[in-house]
Write a protein that binds this ligand. Sequence first.
Ligand code: ACO
Length: 332
Amino acid sequence: MQNIYSSRPHAAITAIGGYVPQGRRTNFDLEQVCDTSDEWIVKRTGIKERRILEQGLATSDMAVMAIQDLCTRYAKDIADVDAIIVATSTPDVLMPATANIIARKLGLKNVWAFDMNAACSGFLYALDMGASLVETERYKNVLIVGADNISAFVDIHDRSTNILFGDGAGVIWLEPSAEAGVMDAFMQSNGDGREFLNIEGGGSLYPTSQETPDDERRYLRQDGKVVFKQAVQSMSNACKHILDRNQLGIEQVNWLVPHQANKRIIDAVGKEINIQEEKTLTNIAYRGNTIAATIPLCIWENIKLIQKGDLLMLTAFGAGFSWGASLLRWMI
Ligand code: ACO
């Protein structure tokens, strides 16, 4: 393979797309189904509404819409894609991978396609993986999708979760670049989170069966307080660590793009790492927590603010527990 770079290439994001479903679930809708209020939800989470995918559609449908949005906006040819990684905790079906379903819907025949499940950290994990593939020079055009149809797993009567989550998909296109677009990534996980944040049903331990269609284990459950504390601590530490090892100061970061779980978590991380609020991108008020989609969707929806050459710090925390931070130089 001819190398046009003096050494191995770096990876850079060269296009971005997104999709949110039309259906809205407002705080006033939730007041009708459980003991809550718009005032409480806004004050404790910063969320006003979420988008909900209609029944009969699934994660792959949102991902395909996001990819088509990317191709239209940036005049990309989908036939050039040689790898797709889909970060999702809500695959269409257990097998095959949602990435394969997306490839079929897009007519891609010779693409390396697989799913990555790292819950809300999934997009950052997949971005690191995709950038590594590009750096090896074995793959040139890699799509990283973050997509979740989490509303299918939310108990509409559970006010500790129904207030938080919404559906959506975001996607970025990675290509070789002489300069580092994906500058660094720091990812970690442990096994401490299972009892605090989970969907227990539908896997091989508790398979879905006709006898248990209303099994409680099909729903996402969490201990909000534990998750809140761990999220603030882990994301703050990851941000500090990645800045330190790149000898960067927080004042050099143009935009913090945190996982959108709760506005109070975002504010607490910002305070802990000492970044100005105006430099923190959010879309949580009208999207809620869209799991693996939050970070690409948040960038996509704030794209007009971001200039070529800006330094972005991304950070996420999710089930597992899993967490991390990435540094990006914006190249488009
Ligand atoms: N509406 C009205 N009142 C409520 C609600 C509600 N939806 N939920 C709880 N309350 C009440 C409680 O009963 C309690 O009342 P009391 O003081 O009379 O006992 C009071 O409000 C405070 O309840 P807390 O549970 O302490 O509320 P908290 O401030 O912790 O907020 C929340 C709860 C929003 C869930 C918060 O803990 C949180 O956001 N945690 C993080 C969750 C998260 O981000 N999960 C996803 C992680 S990423 C992933 O991988 C999926």
